[in-house]
Structures are given as C-alpha cells and as structure tokens.
Design a protein around this ligand. Sequence first.
Ligand code: ADP
Length: 174
Amino acid sequence: MHRIQIIEGDITCCQTDAIVNAANTSLLGGGGVDGAIHRAAGPALLEECRSLNGCATGEAKITRGYNLPARFVIHTVGPIWRDGAHGEHAALASCYRRVFEVAIQHGIRSIAFPAISTGAYRFPPDAACRIALEETARILARHQHFEQVLFVAFNPTVFAAFQSALKAILPPPS
Ligand code: ADP
C-alpha cells in the first residue's frame, strides 16, 4: 500500500493529476473544501460546473482544474450524516468508488482526496476515513495503473483518523 499517502495540508496545492472536491448536489459552490477549490481554480470552474446539471449523492462528475496545479477536479457529493442508519456508509463508499471509476476513464494516475463528508456534513471522521481507505485498497488491488493516492487532512483529528484507518487495512506484520 505504498501508493497511499496521508498528509496534512491544503488540497488546492496538490500537484496530482486530479483532486477530489467534496461538493454539494448543486455543484454550484459552497463552503469548506468546495469554496477553497473554486477560489483557487478561478471562475471558469463554476462556468463548467453550471453545465453539469448537478450531481447526486454518491455520484461523481469531472471538470478541468483551470488555475489549479491539478489538471482535473472530480466532484463528488458525500452523504449528510444523520444517525448512521440512513444509508450514510454505503453512500460514502459509493463516492470513493465512483471517483475512482471516473479517474480510470480519464487515465488519471495520481489523485488527492479530502475527507469527504467530515466537515459540514458531520460524518464521524474515524468511520469516514475507514471507508475511504477500505474502498481505496480494494481499487488499488485491482488497478495497478494508479501511482499515487493522497489523503489530505485539513486538521489533526482527520489526520489521525486517516492514519489509524491506514494501519487497519495493512496486513499484520508476519
Ligand atoms: P462536506 O460537506 O463533505 O463535509 P467540507 O468541505 O465541509 O465537506 O469538509 C470536508 C473535509 O474537507 C473536512 O475534513 C474539512 O476539514 C476538509 N477541508 C476543508 N478545506 C480543505 C482544504 N483546503 N484542503 C483539504 N481539506 C479541506
């Protein structure tokens, strides 16, 4: 799993082929990481997003990256956490799967993810990061062409959650 890395920082600075946006269903901009990505990419990103007719929860759509170092932005919409009994886990897993499918379709080899749904959408970070790492490990086992998958934590709580999730998916030392 050396292709997976966890860093603390700002995803808009990542020089991967694509960065992932935790957007809302309108795709027309919001706060958090979505706001940061639109500010860094410039107004042309919003113009392209207007042509996409939104995005359902658990789905993903791709645009260019404009002024970002990343060539593409893959926008996905995480679930809003209610109590964990309303399909939140499945919807979040679907976000990661759909982002990777879109990435494969576009020949993307390096990609950076934020911790989808762990901000305004209030998904508990430990569970969210565990889903992120489990889905990623499954995809990487099947698709050798991904060179680098970065998980970008914006605060220490999410950083720790990503790290323990990574430990949990690694095989025990023999
Ligand atoms: P959601 O609505 O899916 O919860 P948010 O943008 O509110 O989306 O938060 C998702 C995660 O992105 C949170 O962990 C938040 O701290 C993080 N985040 C916010 N800004 C950035 C950024 N510039 N780079 C990376 N992660 C960010």
